[in-house]
Design a protein around this ligand. Sequence first.
Ligand code: ADP
Ligand code: MG
Length: 693
Amino acid sequence: MRPNILNPLFAPITSLPGIGQRLAKLVEKLAGPLVVDLAGHLPSGLIDRRHQPHLSTAESGLIATIIVRVERHLKAHNPRHPYKVRCSDPTGFIDLVFFNAREDYLLRMLPLGQMRAVSGRIDRFGGELNMVHPDHVVPAEEIAQIQIMEPVYPMTAGLAPKVLRKAIDAALERLPRLPEWIDPAIMCQRHWTGWRDSLLAAHHPESEGDLSALAPARMRLAYDELLSNQLALALVRLRNKRKAGRPNRGDGALRRRIICTLPYTLTRSQEQAVSEIVADMAAPTRMLRLLQGDVGSGKTVVALLAMANAVEAGGQAALLAPTDILARQHFATLEPLCKAIGLEIALLTGRDKGKARDAIVGGLASGELKLAVGTHALMQEDVAFADLRLAIVDEQHRFGVEQRMALADKGAGVDLLVMTATPIPRTLMMTAYGDIDVSRLTEKPAGRQPIDTRTVPLERLHEVADALKRAIAQGARIYWVCPLVDESEVVDLAAATERHRMLRQMFGDRVGLVHGKQKAAERDAAMNAFAAGDLNILVATTVIEVGVDVPEATVMVVEHAERFGLAQLHQLRGRVGRGLAKSSCLLLYQAPLGETAKARLQILRETEDGFRIAEEDLRLRGGGELLGTRQSGLPQFHYADLAVHGDLLAMARDDARLLVERDPLLKSDRGQALRMLLYLFRQDSAIKTLASG
Ligand code: ADP
Ligand code: MG
């Protein structure tokens, strides 16, 4: 149960004074539904109102705070003209200018003959001073009410800055004093203040420097967030380690036979990965290993050898894929290899019903069936395994920690192998997996040729089309990816549909279309037609990123490449260059390119090394949005920016490891404080692992 002291923070924002339903909607869109979200909505800018000139010395274009006397209200006769209020100080005059203003309101705010403190941007037109819509107007004696250093918050349409400020202030009033969870030595060394003081300080910047991700208050909050993340992972890992594993030691017989039937030899890193996995499985503890390798690096066969090892050891193995397409693809690769050595493997997806499904479920339960590939359908309650020893999750980040565990829970002490095609930088990997062991496939299988990557401005689309015509004449297979336009599937779809129509006019029925809104069967049909060579061009929204394997495809066209993240472009490009033929990738962009987009495309031209690309991606993102990871399921941080706070992450990992070692149930005083931290950052599920011991 969440400690009571945190309840005010986890109340809905409507519990704050002055926030009704209408406002709550806007605030929620901006910050989130709870008081704690609003308190975490930090300023992105600062208005300096210290400049207090006399009117004779006021400079045009600057924010100033002035004390003036209200002289006259100049009503506009034409409603399209502004309402003006003329004011003075002993050195001159200024007009306060209001559009669409109500007279009674202005008369109340600026009564004739009264002294007012006014703050806003002063402009000079000809000789006349103007201030359009002052930001603040208060009675002169209350000038202290005007915040001299005013934080500026990220806004959303329809929400007035003042209203938001008030709401945030109300949220900040609710901040409880919490016991300190950070190691005192770190606090000291970093000159950090407590959580509450840091959050307050982050809301009250006194200089531009205070807005930086490197300001002590922001660093502290980032550290809190990273520590909660690392601690949660460390606790989950501890729980899994504690569940005893079993030594799964195969005799190598099946593995040898598989290797003999392969039409190729394993790369060195594939061999290395297999031996690391086999060693982990033989150990009495549970395996928790990540197999990381670029698209096309050959993870599937490594997975198969691991599965064979489980069978040799007398048990079963299952491979879980995030989508139907991927599950089918894995099955299509694995089945012939299994068949060749007389091993049965089943495919189980949501589409399997009735007798076919019963047979598979029965086989898994009796143990007659040793291997299964499938989707979430594998995790349904009535799917039981006689003796599951190895669970492999090909996740491409679409599964969370919990789901990963769900499959492993279908056996006792199940070894877990997670496969990912995203070459996640080490820092990011730590946030998603904590202390997981990693095998990396770093080489491309032999015989692969480098992909010729070019950037082409969109205006030259017709030249691209001409080149494709020549390629198609020689039987080429081409992916054509249409971009994410604005997060709206409808718009994306329109773009893809339109491009499909255009290409169909040029190439007739050799052009197919796949997108996320299609029925699975329809999509499969198009994919299969492309794989079979009945289509030459497959127009797609980014769904193909999910993973298709058509070794004959040699051209990848990405439209509006500038809108994609680097990692995403790399993944897309990886769909070609999988066979022996020379492949190319055309990145069509809309000129002019911004600096970052230019750098991104440049890197793609320079290298195909996924790990390097991933590191560059993290670097280029800077303080900005985590491109490409948004849909990825990797944890999203609110305070922490891994491009800047990488060292904090390493610190948090070490700290979390130590904490969990010394106080695995978080019982000490500091442990109790850390529980608070976990709740604060919504790591409730990690706390559940404490409860269940
Ligand atoms: P990933 O899952 O890592 O994207 P796959 O396992 O699907 O990659 O492998 C991609 C292709 O490469 C498959 O067609 C596979 O048969 C082939 N392949 C795998 N390992 C090798 C190897 N060592 N040498 C040559 N081809 C390989
Ligand atoms: Mg694969």
